[in-house]
Design a protein around this ligand. Structure first.
Ligand code: ADP
Length: 268
């Protein structure tokens, strides 16, 4: 039994089914990357999980049927960070935005202040606290949205291209923070992306194409299926390609994503 169990999900907008008997189980405390080219169904699946598209019948979250009755309860255990976060901002300052959901849950003001301070330090938000979240850059908005999701310590964090506007160095720092929450607080992470570089942080990679799972495996061995990934137009990360080539020359015995380790092997 997973923290999310999708069984035989079928969904269509109009005539054709986007998902037809789709099943996926997500283990507690894992980090799954769900990748796929445009049109593969990633956004549709996120929207179904967020309750924005209604199709409850085939989904269990935290062992409860995902239905209208439990929607609010279940959603308080799940944090969502979308690619365009301003659609979900509700306050005039970043500080209020961080506190907003906690206030709605009637958390004590002292606890709210402590949590807002913690998030401010963790994400270096000091200079943004008084600013209007709508006036921030795209990447800054995404960082605020991530902080707003993590402040609630959800049991499941769903990222939908959540850091696509953050520059690459900062993105790595943010993914490291999420990894700490994932390993220390056992928050389950579902990351939807077209960028396979981000899969490096996950335990499992699921590749969708036209609403079907075409690759599903543990990281990093799943990259043995790189041909399938290329065929559907996904870009395979540089270190995967390099590892594959070095394996051919017996320099590496398996895929290795740690560039420093690979370089030192090359010098041996
Ligand atoms: P992805 O996020 O992987 O790009 P989507 O979930 O956005 O994939 O799209 C999956 C399929 O559903 C595509 O064929 C897309 O054209 C279709 N689709 C998405 N949104 C709508 C909609 N609102 N109405 C009709 N078809 C849609």
């Amino acid at each position: 039994m997973g923290v999310i169990d999708i069984k035989n999900l079928s969904f269509r907008y109009k005539r054709d089914f986007i998902f037809d008997n789709f099943s996926l189980s997500v283990e507690k405390g894992s980090w799954i990357t769900i990748a796929g080219p445009n049109g593969s169904g990633k956004t549709t699946l996120v929207k179904i999980l967020a309750g924005l598209l209604k199709n409850y019948s085939s989904i269990k979250i935290l062992n409860k049927e995902y239905n209208k009755k439990y929607e609010l309860g279940i959603r308080s255990e799940m944090g969502f960070v979308f690619d365009v976060p301003e659609n979900y901002f509700a306050c005039e300052t970043v500080e209020d935005e961080l506190a907003f959901a906690l206030e709605n849950m009637a958390v004590a003001p002292k606890t709210i202040k402590k949590k807002v301070d913690e998030m401010t330090k963790l994400f270096n938000l000091e200079e943004f606290l008084d600013k209007n979240p709508y006036e921030l850059s795209g990447g800054e908005k995404q960082i605020v949205a991530l902080a707003c999701a993590l402040i609630l310590e959800p049991r499941i964090l769903v990222l939908d291209e959540a850091l696509c506007m953050v520059d690459i160095n900062k993105r790595k720092q943010l993914l490291d923070i999420i990894k700490r929450y994932n390993t220390k607080k056992r928050i389950t992470v579902l990351s939807f992306t077209h960028n396979l570089e981000e899969a490096i942080y996950s335990d499992r990679l699921v590749i969708l194409n036209k609403g079907k799972i075409v690759v599903d495996g543990a990281f990093p061995n799943v990259f043995r299926e790189e041909r399938v990934m290329r065929k559907i137009g996904l870009e395979v990360p540089f270190m995967i390609e390099l590892s594959q080539k070095l394996k051919v020359y017996n320099i590496l015995s398996d895929i290795d994503l740690d560039m420093d380790k690979v370089v030192s092997k090359l010098w041996m």
